[in-house]
Design a protein around this ligand. Structure first.
Ligand code: DQQ
Length: 545
């Protein structure tokens, strides 16, 4: 349908049709990347009862070829759904999957699956051994509060560990540790890896080592003393939070270095992303993160489109020099899609300035801009309570509210008459003799349509802009209905879904703007039109042989 074509992404991962949600079991195996995802083969909604693992392969994390579903409900131990799980690469190089089955009684149980033929490069067929489930619901956990096994890691004692999400009644959200030597017999550790008293059910736990700042390691978690990141998807808020901490590989417990309430940990994305999962890519010695970005219009729109849900671009993640936050950046392979480049020489944008970036298709673009604030000291004074809720602050101080330093940034997916536009911008505040940089993606004008979720999204970029000479960068990937932004070199990420109306019969424009009273320098501005990747369907114009 026209609606589907207009909003379908050109280089974000989606199946050809139908519903997708969580990334599952991403891995690198024998020269190929495999990506699995929660998939409803029968429709555009979540479809409780028949969730399967969709499966695609890629050589470059950009172009994807669809294979048949890898796991589908078929046995008593997964009769009502194959839910989220993770891949582990065994020492002999072959993979094993752990996933949650919704069994014939409706219990959440943990199952294993192996490739039928480990030498098949595509790993098309998966076998679910008869002895499943390998972990039934424990007596102290409710039958529908036990799911999402993580990638397994090998302890110094030669025993494998996994983390599984659960809710401990009256206590909170937990990540339980199970140990095994053979992936068949699993024993629960008395202590959970981490207990989140403040949360209810948590989902999709991920634990990985980050070593010391700046060093990129992605080896499976082990070794006491090494720093690790724990990420949990918290159901009450539908947000992914992470924290750096110490993992004790003998006790199998994790102590965050930060706040105890996981809902005040940092977020992987301050926009519309959930159930993220990372994997270690040994071919490039990097850790790569995927996350699900749900639609934010309506189910009837999904029905018209015939699909629902995209994944963020795969992001390389590493620990920042500050030892506290992750930095995230689109994997370099995405840059192979950069085709037409425009390089604008706008020395500065004055108060109220709006400069069009002409020459690239605005709906399919990658924009990198470096701003320099010449006079930080003019910044407006920050009220301390604003620090608590950057999202509301972005709502109060949207792109049309002038400040002293900012708002400045990009207007993307803009109609020619500017009636519709999505603003991605910064605003700098002063707090005593320090500066705080607010990053916002303001969707309030993103579409003239009603019935679309158009919130402000916001985050403080955790960097010392003064020490950086007043310089701050913004990279925004625009892909029809996806606006995925990386502020301050990937210190804060905001992914938004947009549904502008003007794309029916008009082009989308791109602008750089400054609505602050002080001028802002543009040290560099590069924009590329992005080619359409092969994502499970052939791009327009290509015909299958
Ligand atoms: N989605 C899966 C669950 C997981 C949830 C089911 C998170 O396994 O807990 O589709 O989005």
């Amino acid at each position: 349908t026209a609606g589907g074509v207009r909003t379908r992404s050109a280089y974000h991962f989606q199946p050809a049709k139908n519903w997708q949600n969580d990334p599952n079991g991403p891995m690198y195996h024998n020269g190929l990347y495999h990506f699995f995802y929660q998939y409803n083969p029968d429709g555009v909604t979540w479809g409780n009862g028949n969730l399967s693992w969709g499966h695609s392969v890629s050589v470059d994390l950009v172009n994807w070829f669809a294979l048949d579903a890898a796991l589908q409900p078929s046995r008593s131990f997964d009769a009502n759904g194959c839910w989220s799980g993770s891949a582990t690469i065994l020492p002999d190089g072959s993979p094993v999957m752990l996933y949650t089955g919704i069994d014939a009684r409706g219990d959440q149980v943990q199952n294993v699956a192996y490739p039928k033929n480990a030498s098949d490069p595509l790993l098309v067929d998966w076998v679910k051994p008869e002895y499943n489930p390998v972990i039934p619901v424990p007596a102290d956990i409710k039958r529908d509060d036990f799911r999402d096994p993580s990638t397994a890691w090998l302890g110094a004692d030669g025993v494998w560990r996994i983390a599984v999400a659960a809710r401990v009644h009256d206590v909170g959200g937990a990540t339980l540790i199970y140990r095994s030597k053979d992936f068949l017999r699993w024993e629960r550790n008395a202590d959970p890896l981490y207990l989140a008293h403040a949360a209810g059910m948590v989902e999709c736990p991920d634990l990985f080592p980050v070593s010391e700042p700046g060093v990129e390691v992605g080896l499976p978690a082990s070794g006491a003393g090494a720093r690790h990141v724990l990420k949990m998807s918290v159901m009450d808020t539908v947000q992914d939070y992470y924290v750096v901490g110490r993992y004790d590989d003998a006790a199998d417990t994790f102590v965050p270095e930060d706040d105890e309430d996981c809902r005040s940990w940092r977020r992987l994305d301050y926009g519309h992303v959930y159930a993220s999962k990372s994997f270690f890519d040994p071919s490039k010695n990097r850790r790569v993160l995927w996350g699900w970005a749900n639609e934010s219009d309506s189910v009837s729109d999904d029905l018209v489109r015939g699909w629902s849900g995209v994944q963020t671009v795969p992001r390389k993640i590493w620990l920042d020099e500050d030892g506290k936050q992750l930095r995230q950046w689109p994997v370099e392979e995405i840059e192979t899609l950069r085709s037409k480049r425009v390089n604008l020489l706008i020395p500065e944008v004055n108060a109220g300035g709006v400069n069009e970036i002409i020459g690239v298709m605005g709906a399919q673009a990658d924009v990198e801009v470096v701003f320099e604030v010449p006079a930080l000291e003019h910044a407006d004074v920050l009220e301390p309570n604003w620090l608590l809720d950057p999202q509301s602050l972005c709502g109060e101080k949207g792109a049309s509210v002038p400040g002293s330093v900012g708002p400045f940034g990009l207007l993307v997916m803009a109609s020619g008459d500017m009636q519709e536009h999505t603003a991605v911008f910064f605003r700098v505040f002063r707090q005593n003799d320090k500066y705080k940089v607010l990053m916002c993606t303001d969707l309030s004008r993103s579409s003239t349509r009603d019935g679309v979720y158009k919130p402000p999204y916001g985050a403080f970029v955790d960097m010392d802009i003064e020490a950086h000479g007043g310089i701050i960068s913004l990279r925004t990937l625009v892909d029809h209905s996806v606006v995925e932004s990386f502020g301050g070199g990937g210190r804060a990420c905001i992914t938004a879904r947009v549904y502008p109306d003007h794309v029916v019969n008009g082009n989308s424009h791109l602008y750089v703007f400054n609505n602050g009273t002080g001028a802002v320098k543009v040290s560099s501005l590069d924009a590329w039109e992005m080619a359409t990747a092969t994502v499970n369907v052939l791009p327009d114009g290509l015909i299958a042989a």
